[in-house]
Design a protein around this ligand. Structure first.
Ligand code: NDP
Length: 365
């Protein structure tokens, strides 16, 4: 049997996690033969609800789920974790300005970044889902001076999958045959869903749809999809966000196969995008690493959109600049530097040296 992998999930009593946790435990993220230890984190007020979720996980009797641990502090919660999914975030309250929201989350994600830096496995892979996800990921990354910046990512996979799903439907194709989608930039309304490299059954998508329809209708449909789902069902798109987070981590860990995916990662200057921000690029993953797909043509229309969403991320960074440790700024200049020489070192952890353990129910109730 493989050694168990320790996965931390924050906001673990929330809506998105109510889908994610059961998928992770069933082996949908890291493989059907991969035992899992779950470290679930919540704020102190939500620990009661979290206990209920943990009980339900136990009640599923998942063969792969070796331990369920619940925490109300990041220092213990991130100890030895190999995957960290940061989903809990402060929602926008009444009268809250965007800057207030950025600052409230900056406090949460800087504490989490520090705790991950000090306590997680050295090869930890971090995915930020809690919004504003890209800037929250930057804050966590900048507060983790001992880790590689490229260990911190944010989620644009939902936008990527929305593009595949909706375009596939329009063209009467299965979403798996919609290949070459790119989401550039921020997970926000400025994101740029790029169809210029999309092929459906080998045929360029932009030969099958009207260019004006793509620019004027399709792009806003993807950019506004979250709001439209909320309006239609009276609640946010939690299940699709959960599926996207699972797919993001699965592909990062196990590889992307014959297509690329969109991941928000520290910019290394590719495609002229400024360094120092977490920006969504097309990436291929293999052997637990990712690399940006290079050499794609970018026309004037695309370039303008890519810069607009970059500029929004630069503005978000300015709003929290005073909370970013200046000494970690230079590391963002070479986010891929050391990573190309590292190897996965899961076996370094004390918990894994101890070998597989039976479920410890006393930790839950
Ligand atoms: P959800 O589980 O619905 O959402 C969690 C976060 O994911 C939000 O920031 C949300 O952003 C974001 N998100 C990203 N993509 C999507 C998407 N497609 N659809 C919906 N959300 C998306 O929130 P809940 O309120 O149900 O749960 C959050 C949990 O986090 C709570 O249990 C709370 O106790 C916890 N929490 C933890 C904190 C911490 O760790 N310190 C701080 C605050 C809360 P958006 O708001 O823009 O929808």
């Amino acid at each position: 049997m493989k050694p168990a992998i320790r996965v931390a999930v924050t906001g673990a009593a929330g809506n998105i996690t109510y889908s994610i946790l059961f998928k992770i435990a069933a082996g949908e993220m890291l493989g059907k033969d991969q035992p899992i230890i779950l470290n679930l984190l919540e704020i102190p007020q939500a620990m009661g609800a979290l206990r209920g979720v943990a009980m339900e996980l136990e009640d599923c009797a998942y063969p792969l789920l070796q331990e369920i641990n619940i925490f109300d502090n990041p220092e213990q919660g991130f100890k030895d974790v190999q995957y960290a999914m940061l989903i809990g975030a402060r929602p926008r309250g009444p009268g809250m300005e965007r800057k207030d929201l950025l600052e409230a989350n900056a406090a949460i994600f800087s504490a989490q970044g520090k705790a991950i830096n000090d306590h997680a496995n050295r090869e930890v892979r971090v995915l930020v889902v809690g919004n504003p996800a890209n800037t929250n990921a930057l804050i966590a990354c900048r507060n983790a001076p001992d880790l590689n910046p490229n260990q911190f990512t944010a989620m644009t996979r939902l936008d990527h999958q929305r593009t595949q799903g909706i375009l596939g439907n329009v063209l009467g194709a299965n979403s798996k045959d919609v290949k070459g989608v790119i989401i550039w930039g921020n997970h926000s309304a400025t994101q740029f869903p790029d169809l210029h490299h999309v092929h459906v059954h080998g045929k360029p998508a932009l030969e099958s749809v009207d260019e004006a329809w793509y620019r004027e209708k399709f792009i806003p449909i993807i950019q506004q999809r979250g709001a439209v789902v909320i309006k239609a069902r009276g609640a946010s798109s939690a299940a699709s966000a959960a599926q996207a987070a699972i797919n993001h981590m699965r592909d990062w860990a196990l590889g992307t196969g014959d297509d690329w995916v969109s991941m928000s990662i520290p910019s290394d200057g590719s495609y002229g995008i400024k360094k120092g921000i977490i920006y969504s690029f097309p990436v291929r993953c293999n052997y637990g690493r990712y690399e940006i797909v290079q050499g794609l043509d970018v026309n004037n229309f695309s370039h303008e959109k890519m810069i607009a969403t970059q500029n929004e991320l630069l503005e978000e960074r300015s709003a929290v600049e005073h909370l970013l440790p200046p000494e970690t700024a230079a590391r963002m200049e070479d986010p891929f530097g050391r990573a190309n020489t590292t190897e996965v070192t899961q076996l370094d952890d004390e918990c894994l040296r101890a070998g597989p353990q039976i479920v410890k129910t006393d930790r839950v109730i």
